[in-house]
Design a protein around this ligand. Structure first.
Ligand code: NAD
Length: 337
């Protein structure tokens, strides 16, 4: 007798996702038939889930209440997020519908932390401009003066796994470290000091965001908090785009109050990131304005993208699926009793 295969639909699946998920699948005990879709899960694509048992989604897939309702009606019983953040999942609706949801809470925080420091240094030492100049045969150093990180004060907003990893790296650079986190981790005392957000912002030469996107943190960087930031400070965001009120940051850059911005995430990234729009007329005027500043560096949500992280994400995703199928208590379940 043939065993009924569980059907898993993977959305927003890029070649690197497929590679690592296929490798992880070989190591899992779950009899699963995996179908990959390169497009995102949303209103226009939901029809493909008919007869699917579980979906695997990423940061820009839509898992709002209406989509979860439609998933439930199609027979989907589990949502496997292959990321840490889950601000795009309506957990309350999932719980009411009895849909299992799990994430990958920790996968190589060093991947994101190291990328954060790389972005900071690209911005600080103007490597993005130097790279373009040299390719054009322009070896002038005019306007490329940066700063040492040594002795600079860095403020970490959110000191979880990634924030802490950034702290460890920057300690090596000789930075003075401050952090704001409503749930302070005492282990940080070896590295720096905690401050309230209002105290931290005026003290820092560099501010790096590492808190999750929640109702409390949405637009944590806004018109009024920007006024507290020291003139000329650099702002780095590798966490979630919604932490920054983009229009206010553009204005602060135009007024030359903010010294520079490096972002791997953008509040309206859902329609843009992970796709090639190079032959199109991009309609988003805010991202296009940001790209015109010499002191702004933008990357397309790639801080996680290392072989190590992809491997851990894939293995944990299948572990979560295994727990769900076996009816085991899943440590990564986001549905709290
Ligand atoms: P984590 O849960 O370990 O840490 C988050 C920290 O933020 C916690 O210490 C928490 O107490 C703190 N926090 C909660 N509310 C806060 C608030 N109002 N103000 C300040 N701090 C607050 O998470 P992590 O693994 O360090 O990841 C942090 C974030 O990084 C994720 O939520 C995700 O959005 C983002 N991320 C981005 C990428 C990328 O590729 N760019 C990859 C992974 C994670």
């Amino acid at each position: 007798m043939t065993q009924t295969l569980l059907k898993l639909a993977v959305f927003s699946a890029k070649p690197y996702d497929k590679k690592y998920l296929r490798l992880a699948k070989e190591q899992t005990q779950v009899a699963v038939d995996v179908v990959f879709y390169d497009f995102a899960l949303g209103r226009k694509t939901i029809s493909v889930v008919q007869g699917v048992d579980a979906v695997c989604a990423f940061v820009n897939d839509d898992l709002s209440a209406p989509i979860l309702q439609a998933l439930k009606e199609a027979g989907v019983r589990a949502v496997l997020m292959r990321c840490a953040g889950y601000n795009n999942v309506d957990l309350k609706a999932a719980k009411e519908l009895g849909i299992f949801v799990a994430n990958v809470p920790s996968y190589s925080p060093e991947s994101v932390a190291e990328f954060t420091v790389a972005l900071l240094q690209v911005l600080n030492r103007q490597i993005h401009r130097a790279y373009n100049r040299v390719r054009e045969g322009n070896f002038s150093l005019h306007g490329l003066v940066g700063h040492t990180l040594h002795d600079k004060t860095v403020g970490l907003v959110g000191l979880g796994k990634i924030g802490f990893s950034v702290a460890r790296i920057l300690k090596g650079y000789g930075c003075r470290l401050l952090a704001y986190d409503p749930f302070p981790n005492k282990a940080f005392e070896e590295y720096g000091e905690f401050r309230s957000l209002e105290e931290l912002l005026p003290e820092c030469d560099i501010i790096s965001l590492h808190c999750p996107l929640t109702e409390q943190t949405r637009h944590i960087i806004n018109e009024s908090t920007l006024k507290l930031i020291k003139k000329g400070a650099l702002l780095i965001n590798t966490s979630r785009g919604g932490l920054i009120h983009t229009k206010s940051v553009i204005n602060a850059l135009k007024r030359r109050e903010l010294g520079g911005l490096a972002i791997d995430v953008y509040e309206a990234e859902g329609d843009l990131f992970y796709k090639d729009h190079s032959g199109e007329i991009i309609q988003d005027d805010q991202i296009m304005r940001l790209l015109t500043f010499p002191n702004v560096v933008v990357t397309g949500h790639q801080a996680f993208l290392t072989a190590e992280a992809l491997n851990e994400i894939a293995l944990t995703t299948f572990q979560n699926l295994n727990d769900f199928v076996m009816g085991k208590a899943c440590p990564n379940s986001l549905i709290k009793e």
